[in-house]
Design a protein around this ligand. Structure first.
Ligand SMILES: CSC[C@H]1O[C@@H](n2cnc3c(O)ncnc32)[C@H](O)[C@@H]1O
Ligand code: ZN
Length: 437
């Protein structure tokens, strides 16, 4: 930093902070932020230069920003367009025909709508796999959110079209990695083993090696998909992707609902992370992922909403709560996924899943990506255990403030970086346009 560079230093006093520490998960005190980083967090108030701005944290509970590790943001335009259907029919009869009509402007509008919802709901980082990704990156730039972006590719098409899509994916990943002041990172992403032939997936693996980037795909979401993989390729999806070399790259797989013990071992041995999407899996009746077994085996399990057309919102508080509840229900064990574990899945494990080292916790040296919940509300009282309240009682509507990279993007529930009224109006117009074409 040169002598002339101005340091933006400020502090929060009298707040409660989730530090995710086993010993003391919540501390009451103070946090100091310098530019895009946290430089101090603790119970003591440090002696600082006079005149630095102070934010009063009374009645606020500060948490690391939530990290949504699987989704398709532009699909918010199709929210409510195909409910109560199983995955394959939903994709083939409802989503894909509409998505074929999406223009880049539709993707811009749908993504803006989703990013608005996510920021206001406390999500500071999201993963997005879609088409027209330049528009998604533009929304990330404008909104101030952080994102892991990738052009997802469905390979059910002639070879020249496959080649064109792969090149687009490579170009996007190369052009945008590290952009938006480092808030954008990229991955390489074949959509799924059932939509990409094996030799095509191998080309993605090669591209990921060439660009030194991680990989992401949908995997083992439904029982039917696993059975089809065995019929077509003689292997279940995990062994199939391992054979194609995907797990030689750092990888994150979405869903992983239908796994046997051997597959869990393969994922653990290859350090493959899983994005658990409980809301979407329940709604599409895909099943319930073996999350406690995955965690026990040492697999990093994070949380995703998937697109708003299969969820039908992008509320990470809901996903954390679902994760904490479902696995108790299916196992009969009330200690399965305690509140702290659910919070970690929504924060620090999310960061690990998308290969970000400096977000996901509140600690000195970490990026200043954090949110503040209003605890002065009936459903937050008494203040017995704020971590418990954040998981079992809270919702996205309790988010009062949001900061990403040290910059405030939501203040008293209003987004500072996006024009909310315009985004709402244009999203409706985009959907009306899709219906009329
Ligand atoms: C190639 S862009 C992404 C592609 O994924 C589709 N999609 C949305 N939700 C799911 C899901 O749960 N499983 C599989 N594929 C999904 C979306 O419609 C896009 O076409
Ligand atoms: Zn998905």
């Amino acid at each position: 930093m040169t002598e002339n560079t101005k340091i933006n230093k400020w502090m929060i006093k009298n707040g409660s902070f989730a530090v995710l520490d086993a010993g003391k998960p919540v501390i009451h005190g103070c946090m100091v932020i310098e530019n895009d980083r946290i430089t101090y967090i603790g119970e003591e108030t440090p002696e600082l230069e006079s005149g630095i701005p102070v934010v009063d944290g009374t009645h606020l509970f500060f948490l690391p920003g939530l990290i949504n590790t699987h989704g398709h943001a532009a699909m918010s335009l199709l929210r409510g367009y195909g409910d109560d259907m199983a995955l394959q029919i939903w994709l083939e009869e409802k989503m894909w025909p509409m998505e074929a009509k999406f223009t880049s402007n539709d993707v811009y509008r749908g993504t803006s709508l989703s990013v608005l919802e996510m920021l206001k709901g406390g999500t500071t980082t999201f993963l997005d796999m879609y088409d027209h990704m330049d528009q998604v990156a533009q929304v990330v730039q404008e909104s101030g959110i952080r994102a892991s972006l990738m052009r997802g590719v469905i390979g059910l098409c002639p070879e020249d079209v496959q080649r064109h899509k792969l090149n687009e994916a490579i170009q996007f990943a190369r052009d945008w990695n590290g952009q938006a002041d480092g808030r954008i990172t990229t991955m390489i992403s074949p959509h799924a083993p059932y939509t990409c032939p094996p030799d095509f997936i191998e080309k993605f693996v090669q591209a990921a090696h060439d660009l030194d980037l991680p990989m992401h795909t949908h995997m083992s979401e439904t029982k039917a998909e696993v059975e089809q993989n065995v019929r077509d390729y003689g292997l279940r999806p995990v062994a199939h992707l391992e054979k194609l070399g995907m797990f030689s790259r750092p990888s994150l797989v979405a869903h992983a609902v239908h796994l046997n013990d051997e597959e869990i071992e393969i994922l653990a041995a290859n350090h493959v992370s899983v994005s658990h999407n409980p809301g979407s899996n329940l709604k599409l009746a895909s099943g319930v992922a073996r999350v406690t077994d995955l965690l026990k085996a040492g697999v990093t399990v994070s949380l995703g909403t998937d697109g708003a057309a299969s969820n039908n919102n992008l509320d990470m508080f809901e996903e954390m709560r679902l994760a904490a509840l479902i696995h108790k229900g299916v196992s009969g064990d009330p200690t399965a996924i305690p509140a702290m574990e659910a919070l970690k899945m929504g924060t620090i494990y999310g960061a690990q899943s998308i290969f970000l080292k400096d977000v996901g916790t509140l600690a000195p040296g970490m990026k200043a990506d954090f949110i503040a919940l209003n605890t002065d509300q009936a459903h937050f009282l008494p203040h017995t255990d704020l971590i418990s309240h954040a998981i079992y009682s809270a919702s996205s509507k309790d988010v009062e403030h949001v900061w990403v990279d040290g910059k405030q993007v939501v203040k008293h529930g209003a987004c500072l970086t996006l024009d909310e009224e315009r985004i709402r109006r244009e999203a409706q117009a985009a959907f009306d346009g899709l219906l009329s074409r």
